[in-house]
Design a protein around this ligand. Structure first.
Ligand code: T4K
Length: 383
């Protein structure tokens, strides 16, 4: 018998009876989409959970980001990072703008704030940093730079559902934050997403642009798109939100089990708790140093695969290296991002992952022979 297959993640689902019960009202009203009653109910609930004042729901995170860029009227160049899901870069390019890639820092893999200012030109209109893996960017430094140069800040907060910094919702930083509620995320509405924002006047802009730019049956004010969340998605959101705290607690237990096996081992770097941040345990990225281990990330990925364990190389390749961007950008201009992308593997992590499966994953990687050290591994990203 082959070993049970373990994928990098597995969607969280509510008890089916709960979902069916939410769907009853849809059959009563025959109202399926276009900001119906479940959409409105979910919007209030999720804003409260995220500790934000202002929110607009979308059919997915990508469209939310793409339309936020359009609605804010960004122009010219946008500073961002290439160590992310391709959506972040696509959203910029699909708006006819030029992404200018800033390197990441080797500690939490978010934008290296010390390198932003050197990239600002008279064409720069915004910064789009990514809270990658649920790690929070240096929001204070980014805020300072944005104010100094009059730039907008849109956070790609796809990975930070429910994360707070000193009790403050992560979606309250910058001008706008985009959350993803995709099936693979800590919290899902099947597909789905949201924009949260500081300026209340953005509400009508965002609500409008996701509905073709329509303001009334006889008036269209913007060349908008169709990116509304439907009632079935909202129903899933309502159900999943009831269980989110227990789901995050289960993820925490999985992460802790990984730490028991891997913490401090020479040649590997784990993500660490950020001060003041309440994490959501979205991903478990591990960076492998082949010089110490005598094995590359790819060797380990293949070893896992041979045991039916499917870790993923999020986020390799860098977005500026994909075929669609070939020749346009220089991946060597972001050496830390390249170093991490070449060595990172995100190990399976989801609420229903059994702890003995974590044991199996770690046993397969066979890293216990590497001694433990007190200090966190410092990566030599120079190559
Ligand atoms: N910005 C960032 C930083 C992002 O990470 C993302 C999305 C976005 C923006 C855009 O947000 P959305 O528009 O997606 O809301 C997945 C997701 O599709 C994507 O949402 C996510 N980031 C990205 C990091 O991962 P793939 O191509 O790796 O997904 P896939 O289909 O290979 O699935 C991975 C694993 O998830 C499967 O092996 C099993 C599990 N799975 C998957 C699906 C679809 C389930 O358990 N249930 C499911 O329904 O992109």
């Amino acid at each position: 018998m082959p070993n049970k297959s373990i994928l990098v993640t597995r969607s969280s689902l509510p008890p089916i009876e709960e979902y069916i019960s939410e769907l009853q009202s849809i059959w009563g009203s025959a109202w399926l989409t276009n900001m119906g009653p479940l959409h409105q109910q979910f919007e209030k609930m999720v804003a409260e959970y995220l500790k934000v004042q202002n929110i607009s729901l979308f059919t997915n995170g990508h469209m939310a980001l793409e339309l936020a860029i359009q609605a804010l009227g960004l122009t010219g160049e946008v500073i961002t990072t290439p160590f992310t899901f391709v959506s972040t870069t696509h959203a910029i390019v699909r708006n006819g703008l030029t992404p200018v890639f800033c390197d990441i820092n080797p500690h939490d893999y978010t934008i290296d704030v010390s390198k932003i200012e050197a990239l600002i030109t008279d064409k720069t209109s915004a910064i789009i940093p990514v809270h990658v893996y649920g790690n929070v960017c240096d929001v204070a430094a980014i805020d300072c730079i944005a104010k100094k140069y009059g730039l907008k800040v849109i956070y790609d907060a796809a990975h930070t559902f429910g994360v707070t910094v000193n009790g403050r919702g992560i979606g309250t930083y910058g001008d706008v934050s985009m959350f993803s509620f995709h099936a693979t995320k800590v919290f899902n509405t099947i597909e789905g997403g949201a924009l949260t924002f500081a300026d209340e006047s953005y509400r009508s802009k965002f609500n409008n642009i996701k509905n073709f730019g329509i303001t009334s049956p006889e008036n269209v004010v913007t060349v908008g798109s169709n990116a509304k969340m439907n009632e079935f998605q909202a129903a899933m959101g309502i159900c999943n939100l009831r269980h989110i705290d227990e789901q995050i607690a289960l993820r925490k237990a999985v992460m802790e089990r990984y730490y028991e096996h891997l913490e401090g081992r020479k040649g590997i770097k784990l993500i660490t708790q950020q001060q003041g941040v309440s994490p959501n345990y979205a991903y478990f990225p591990v960076v492998f140093d082949e010089k110490v281990l005598g094995k590359t990330r790819d060797d380990l990925c293949e070893a896992l695969k041979s045991e039916n364990i499917y870790a993923r190389k999020y986020f390799y390749p860098l977005t500026n290296s994909f075929e669609c961007n070939e020749g346009l950008y220089d991946p060597n201009a972001t050496p830390v991002a390249k170093y991490i992308a070449d060595r990172v593997l995100t190990l399976p992590l989801y609420a229903d992952l059994e702890l003995n499966d974590v044991d199996r994953i770690c046993k397969t990687m066979n890293l216990s022979r590497f001694s433990r050290q007190k200090e966190q591994t410092i990566l030599d990203c120079t190559g």
